[in-house]
Ligand binder design. Structure first.
Ligand SMILES: NC(=O)c1ccc[n+]([C@@H]2O[C@H](COP(=O)([O-])OP(=O)(O)OC[C@H]3O[C@@H](n4cnc5c(N)ncnc54)[C@H](O)[C@@H]3O)[C@@H](O)[C@H]2O)c1
Length: 255
């Protein structure tokens, strides 16, 4: 098998539709020589249907990233399909509606805690669950939305992403001795199921369409997926705790 990820064994979370960033990652990874194991959350029959659109069959393991039992059993379940992992992709995010769309001042701690558990703490949980299968050279990659600024409508999801960015840096510190990297891709707005659940998301769409120096497609997940592949590959061997912006250059532009 040839390609950027030839011979690599990857665990990819977060496929729910064929617009999912994770779907593009899984597809491109297979096209580039990787063996892919998927995890699915909730509607597993839907994940199975979407997975059939991949170039090659990919086993699917059920994983609610907030479930201690499922996390504890993850390595054994992955081992039924591959004898180790070279890369793990965290493409998971969720916040209750009260946390998004301008309700920042009113969201309850219970709702905020859910957002942080699923979107932030889970990055560490997933990495630790997969760690027994990983060895030096391994790579953990997640998806963020630039959390250096307070955006309109993103509210507690923005806080969750700021925490995710910090979590990735701490993971880089704690897993560095084992030769395992942790990096994030900061994608611009993409029309996925998660994005559609954010009231007012069209404000991001308009801003990016008007101002990204390179222009920006709201429906092309491939640039973000390509960056994930690069970070999973052997071509960033000395990069960890990093955030790569795949946003058409938007982050570099002043108001
Ligand atoms: N779409 C965008 O504009 C955009 C931009 C930057 C970053 N991101 C990030 O990309 C990642 C993937 O999102 P997407 O846009 O592809 O949307 P998506 O809706 O396709 O994917 C989100 C995934 O999270 C999963 N998920 C939710 N709760 C879970 C749980 N408890 N356990 C396991 N999985 C769970 C869902 O099943 C789904 O597969 C998220 O971290 C998101 O915040 C998205």
């Amino acid at each position: 098998m040839s390609g950027l990820l030839a011979g690599k064994r990857l665990l990819v979370t977060g496929v729910i539709t064929d617009a999912s960033i994770a779907f593009s990652v899984a597809k491109l990874a297979q096209d580039n020589g990787a063996q892919v194991v998927l995890t699915g959350y909730g509607r597993l029959s839907l994940v199975e249907r979407i997975a059939r659109r991949l170039p090659q069959p990919a086993p699917i393991i059920e994983l609610d990233v907030t479930s201690p039992e499922q996390l504890a059993g993850l390595a054994d379940r992955v081992r039924e399909h591959v004898d180790g992992l070279d890369g793990v992709v965290h493409s998971i995010g969720f916040a209750p509606q009260s946390c998004l769309g301008g309700g920042f001042l009113d969201a309850s701690w219970e709702d905020v805690a859910t957002a942080l558990h699923v979107s932030t703490y889970s990055y560490k949980s997933l990495a630790m669950a997969a760690l027994p299968l990983m060895s030096p050279g391994g790579s953990v990659v997640g998806l963020t939305f630039d959390a250096t600024k307070a955006w309109p409508v993103y509210d507690w999801m923005g806080v969750a992403k700021a925490g995710l960015e910090s979590t990735s840096r701490y993971l880089a510190v704690h897993l560095g001795k084992q030769g395992i990297r942790s990096n994030l891709v900061a994608a611009g707005p993409l029309r996925t199921m998660a994005a559609k659940s954010i009231p007012g998301f069209e404000q991001f769409e308009q801003a990016w369409t008007e101002r990204a120096p390179l222009g920006w497609s709201l429906t092309d997940q491939e640039p973000a997926a390509r960056a994930c592949l690069a970070l999973l590959s052997d071509w960033f061997p000395a990069t960890t705790g990093e955030i790569v912006h795949v946003d058409g250059g938007y982050h570099a532009v002043g108001a």
